[in-house]
Write a protein that binds this ligand. Structure first.
Ligand SMILES: [Zn+2]
Length: 320
């Protein structure tokens, strides 16, 4: 494992985001990092990859900036860099909920992964909300979570309006997302709307997977880079989702080969072959089809399955 992939965010006012972004990009470019960083007047949100040395130099750089000393990084070691390029952009929000005036310092109570696990195991009376998009929660989620059928994070305020009456205000609320950033905003919204006991998984699914081994989580975790999917519970790797074409268990994603659609959907290799990489018959008959290359499209998943098959075999051997 030669490369390190990090995910991080930090809310702290940045006075001149344009300048901050330019300086940041220059440093990262010089260092040779790949990935995606968003800068806004409210802080920074990024995911980057490089060698272990490059990443530790970047961490020193970011935590050396006044106000960003306490940035926490979720980290994974990988055999390949899961980004084609480096982008650094100024955005209105570092995570877009399109709802003004949500200050993360007024958010929910942080639960460390071990505390989160305790709450789940004590079976307290709570509701648990998966604060991610439908295509993310479909392939993996905590057992018993509500999985809102939304396609974008900024659809969550509307979703909350729709279900407001169904979740009593005095009920204990648990929420989680991939790395924690979406809960930083959504928890503020819930508190503003009157829920009192709002709790968020600190560091998200990724940190929980590292520290608690993924217990109580079913399936895998979607990530916004070329890996697309990472394991959470290594003891239970069976897909919880189904191929949208064949209906058989699958948790690999492809983008529809119809360039006018390009929808990211859950598809097995078998389903992709049947449909030339398209999500529907309608798309299949469209004239703007990208040539479908299964070797390329399924590369992240094949590599990954092989890796875990080896891992699985090794564990089985150890048992003998
Ligand atoms: Zn399509």
């Amino acid at each position: 494992m030669k490369y390190e992939v990090i995910l991080y965010y930090y809310f702290h006012p940045i006075e001149v985001p344009d300048q901050f972004c330019r300086d940041h990009k220059e440093f990262m470019k010089e260092l040779g990092l790949k990935g995606r960083v968003y800068v806004s007047s409210e802080g920074i949100n990024g995911t980057l990859a490089g060698t272990v040395d490059q990443i530790s130099e970047y961490k020193r750089f970011l935590t050396g900036i006044e106000g960003f000393e306490k940035t926490e990084f979720k980290s994974d070691l990988e055999e390949e860099i899961p980004f084609a390029r480096l982008t650094c952009k100024v955005r209105k929000e570092i995570v877009a909920i399109h709802h003004a005036g949500l200050n993360p310092s007024e958010g929910g109570n942080y639960l460390a992964p071990n505390e989160w696990r305790q709450v789940l195991e004590n079976r307290d009376d709570f509701v648990m909300i998966d604060v991610r998009n439908n295509y993310e929660s479909r392939i993996g989620h905590f057992k018993g979570a509500i999985k809102p059928d939304v396609e974008n994070f900024y659809d969550f305020p509307k979703w909350l309006d729709d279900v407001e009456k169904e979740i009593p205000k005095e009920k204990k609320v648990l929420m989680y997302c991939t790395g924690g950033i979406r809960c930083e905003k959504f928890s503020v919204l819930m508190k503003k709307k009157g829920w009192e006991d709002v709790n968020q998984l600190h560091g998200g699914i990724l940190k929980y997977a590292k520290e608690e081994g993924g217990e109580h989580f079913e399936g895998k975790c979607f990530v916004f880079d070329d890996r697309l999917v990472v394991p959470v519970n290594k003891e239970n790797l069976a897909p919880v989702a189904r191929c949208e074409i064949t209906g058989k268990p699958a948790d690999s994603y492809i983008n529809c080969a119809n360039m006018e659609c390009n929808k990211l959907f859950i598809c097995s290799e078998e389903g992709a072959e049947l449909m030339d990489g398209c999500c529907s018959e309608e798309c299949k008959s469209n004239e703007y089809l990208r040539p479908f290359d299964p070797d390329n499209a399924f590369k992240p998943f094949r590599k990954w399955y092989n890796y875990f098959n080896d891992d699985f075999k090794e564990r089985e051997l150890q048992k003998e």
